[in-house]
Design a protein around this ligand. Structure first.
Ligand code: HEC
Ligand code: HEC
Length: 147
């Protein structure tokens, strides 16, 4: 099927350009990407087993940064609500919070000690990192960005 398609493509190229296939760049048959369902083999009408729960690195563990100025990754679940009225991340991370955690970086505050609005939505920059099954591969590397 694919080789027939490649032949058709070659013929079409030859027709439109008036060149023989040998003169043109050879058409490369690209294999179709593998398609699979995250439900696995379970038929649509059946209940698939629940996916594994994400597990976050234990509290107190800072995740090593991969490049300079990287906003540190969140080592815990990230679903603390941030609404117009309340930023619940600040309940633990505010400079004056009574928690023994890394305080919000001083660059996120204005000179008068209030949180800079540009830093209000923490999840714009900080994302959680969980140990979970990767649906695809992740080969992220940060060459040229030493810490
Ligand atoms: C219940 C308290 C609590 C809340 C609420 C909370 N955190 Fe945390 N956070 C922690 C603890 C504990 C750690 C572990 C590392 C430490 O001691 O700072 C941590 C670590 C982090 C780190 C890593 C710091 C570093 O230097 O590596 C980031 C970033 C972070 N939290 C962002 C957030 C964001 C964004 C929110 C809101 C969505 C949030 N946290 C809500 C307790 C909390
Ligand atoms: C515009 C992007 C951005 C937003 C929004 C933001 N941060 Fe950050 N944050 C950073 C960067 C970048 C760093 C790393 C700074 C550094 O180490 O020089 C950082 C560092 C931190 C750290 C580590 C501090 C340390 O001393 O190591 C904590 C904790 C943190 N942010 C919490 C928060 C919380 C809580 C919010 C929301 C109120 C927030 N950040 C919003 C970009 C952001």
């Amino acid at each position: 099927m694919t080789s027939r398609l490649a032949l058709l493509l070659l013929a079409a190229t030859a027709l439109t350009t008036g060149c023989s296939p040998a003169d043109t760049q050879e058409a490369v048959a690209v294999p179709p990407p593998p398609v699979f369902s995250q439900r696995g083999e379970t038929p649509v009408a059946d209940n698939a087993p629940a996916p594994e729960m994400a597990s976050y690195p234990s509290k107190g563990t800072a995740i090593a940064r991969d490049f300079k100025n990287q906003p540190p990754l969140i080592p815990h679940k990230p679903d603390y609500p941030i609404t117009a009225k309340r930023n619940t991340c600040q309940g633990c991370h505010a400079i004056d919070a009574k928690m023994d955690v890394q305080v919000t970086h001083s660059s996120h505050y204005l000179a008068d000690g209030t949180l800079n609005g540009a830093y209000y939505f923490c999840n714009e920059c900080h994302v959680a990192q969980a140990d979970a099954v990767e649906p695809g591969g992740n080969h992220f590397a940060a060459p040229g960005y030493p810490q």
